[in-house]
Design a protein around this ligand. Sequence first.
Ligand SMILES: *Cc1c(COP(=O)(O)O)cnc(C)c1O
Length: 492
Amino acid sequence: MINYISTRGSKDIKNAAQAVIQGISHDKGLFVPDSMPKLSEKLKDMASKSYQEIALSVIKSFFTDYTDEELKTCVYGAYDEKFEAKEIVPIVKAGDAFFLELYHGRTAAFKDMALSILPYLMTTAMKKEKEDKKIVILTATSGDTGKAALEGFADVPNTEIIVFFPNEGVSQVQERQMVTQEGKNTHVFAIKGNFDDAQTGVKKIFNDDSFAEELAKIGCKLSSANSINIGRLIPQVAYYVYAYCKLLEKGEITEGEKINIVVPTGNFGNILAAYYAKQMGVPVAKLICASNENKVLTDFINTGVYDIRREFYLTNSPSMDILISSNLERLLYHLSGGNGAEISALMESLDKEKNYEVNSEIKQGLRDFYGGFANIEETNETIGNMYNNNGYLMDTHTAVAYKVYEDYKKETKDETVTIIASTASAYKFADSVASSIGMAAEEDGFAYVEALNKKTGVSVPAGLKGLKDKEILHTGVVDKDALKEAVKKSLK
Ligand SMILES: *Cc1c(COP(=O)(O)O)cnc(C)c1O
């Protein structure tokens, strides 16, 4: 039986269902499993299994209070024809790496991997826990989470979904995907500010006890679809286990052989899932954390000092334009040997002093990781080179990861088989991708999608087709201090 406890050390012990509903612990910490389950079968014996079978087995190991039947409904409901790839997560070799294409869901970004199952896990949890309140999902987005959460929760009974996106920083296509969202329970607002403003604002609401009471009176309860929710993190572990199985099945690696995993990182959720996969028993050598110019994590991995007193850049990989990577807190907790008091002190220092330095025990643990970054120019050049040399199209985030991998290889001469987490369709960032492969300028983001399709022949994800002509249904813009009012208005 695995329980979920807070990274900040209070005795807030929950089962998985309770942790999924609550989202974040009462002491502001994040829920983590109180022990790390091991893979229930040998990887060799799982090698030929389907994505759904592997996901079921991985999630079952963590969410022990859900029954087999419940999890089956969740997994098979989530990973179905919504995904445009039959295998759900294709693995494509290009250049000297394997690309784990996580973006074949409805919104064409890897967030669909978790957000297509989270509503199932959440509504199942509500039934299990006899939760009678309406669950209000509150989400801050740097672009991709918002749409994936909206798609996941649209018209799910007894839920409302409210999304805040920064009016500075999301791409035209990303914005249009969100403001055209249908569904009676969907609410979308632009906030005047950047992603950190949005995330800080949403966290403030979660920590506001009197607001929670106010909502309880109207029969509502807040929860989160951000990657702080354990119900998002755990399903992501599955695709790293799956990737290892498929490399084994194809004979690209032999049993027990270690692989590297490169992840373009923002909030640290995706790479943390890879770390969990390693803890479960997947043979992983290096976890390579790739950042754009907002390279807080690169510096942190190299020095043990996390310092956000720096300039914030808007880049062409907006889902990584983040200075405060929430899920890092979970890694620190694990590396500290479960020292909640220590993590609490670090997070307080981050809040007040805008920086912290970890102790030597945690620094030691960080050696499993390699941190690197790529700027906009390098990102674009990498997209161009990959397309010209191998005919493979990468989006900007994936290109950041690949560039950091190239740097890593140059530096270390490490020839270990490597997986690159490919986190978005190139069409989501069609303007940057098109100019990177030498195409002429177009009028708007939508024209770029068409032009890129003509030139490359790569098919356009269904969710991005016809976006330009869809009706705009959400027009709200709010100050970064006025999120609460927006929430109240949405629930009227
Ligand atoms: C969210 C996102 C990331 C960052 O993932 P984290 O789990 O927040 O580190 C990278 N690329 C894309 C395309 C994303 O949408």
